[in-house]
Design a protein around this ligand. Structure first.
Ligand code: B16
Ligand code: MG
Length: 218
């Protein structure tokens, strides 16, 4: 196989933390008198913390100063951390551990490529930190997806050529970031949202080495 490494987005690919992000953002939005729905929450997937806040403020037609924005983002994160600190291995999405095990047996290296600054806590609470050879996350990169920085950093940490890395992503901005990094991309979720990806599967439980090999020729 030509593929040397697989880079996984965390939220929405390995674990489902979108529900916790939603609970925490909703609590903040309620406090600000903003009507924030589950549908609105879809727009926040893969988007950085501050950009997420800015989307919510825009929905509510509010424009506070930078200091207030930082205070809001910190408050939301305090609540979010309360939720994720209770996560367990049962919240790992179906197929993730099995597929990563198959990659390892085939000699393919693995990394996380996530916008989240809470990546270390999520990996620790769900007990999967040792499955990854490298972690590229919001703590070491500054430019948010669709900028390719988070995936290029993962390839750099693995010392692998970006052209031989495959990204797994559930957000449209993440698919764009992978393509801009010169990597192949497998979308996790709906083909309508992830149309730019080389392949789209509903979840890692539907992924295998044969499908991975198939996209090398594309
Ligand atoms: P935090 P991913 C992203 O993670 C989430 O999808 C997005 O909703 C969140 O705002 C972002 O991380 C930042 O997370 O507030 O924990 O730093 O999908 O790139 O793994
Ligand atoms: Mg994601």
């Amino acid at each position: 196989m030509q593929t040397r490494a697989c880079i996984f987005d965390l939220d929405g690919v390995i674990v489902d933390t979108a529900k916790y992000h939603f609970l925490a953002w909703k609590r903040l939005a309620d406090q600000m008198g903003i009507n924030f729905t589950a549908e609105d929450n879809e727009r926040l997937k893969g988007v950085s913390r501050m950009d997420s806040l800015n989307i919510i403020l825009e929905i509510g037609g509010l424009s506070p100063d930078d200091g207030t924005r930082l205070k809001y983002a910190t408050l939301k994160n305090t609540w979010y951390v309360e939720y994720i600190s209770k996560m367990t291995p049962s919240e790992i999405l179906p197929g993730a551990v099995r597929f990563i095990g198959e990659l390892k047996k085939a000699g393919i290296r693995t990394a996380i490529g996530s916008a989240s600054k809470n990546t270390p806590m999520i990996l620790e609470r769900t007990g999967i930190a040792e499955l990854f050879d490298a972690v590229s996350d919001g703590n070491i990169v500054s430019r948010a997806k669709p900028d390719p920085e988070v995936f290029l950093k993962a390839a750099e940490l693995l010392k692998e050529d970006p052209g031989r890395c495959v990204v797994f992503e559930d957000a449209a901005a993440g698919v764009q970031a992978a393509l801009r990094a010169g990597m192949k991309c497998v979308g996790i979720g709906s083909p309508a949202i992830l149309s730019g990806a080389h392949l789209v599967v509903p979840g890692l439980d539907k992924m295998n080495l044969t499908l991975l090999e198939g996209i090398e020729k594309l």
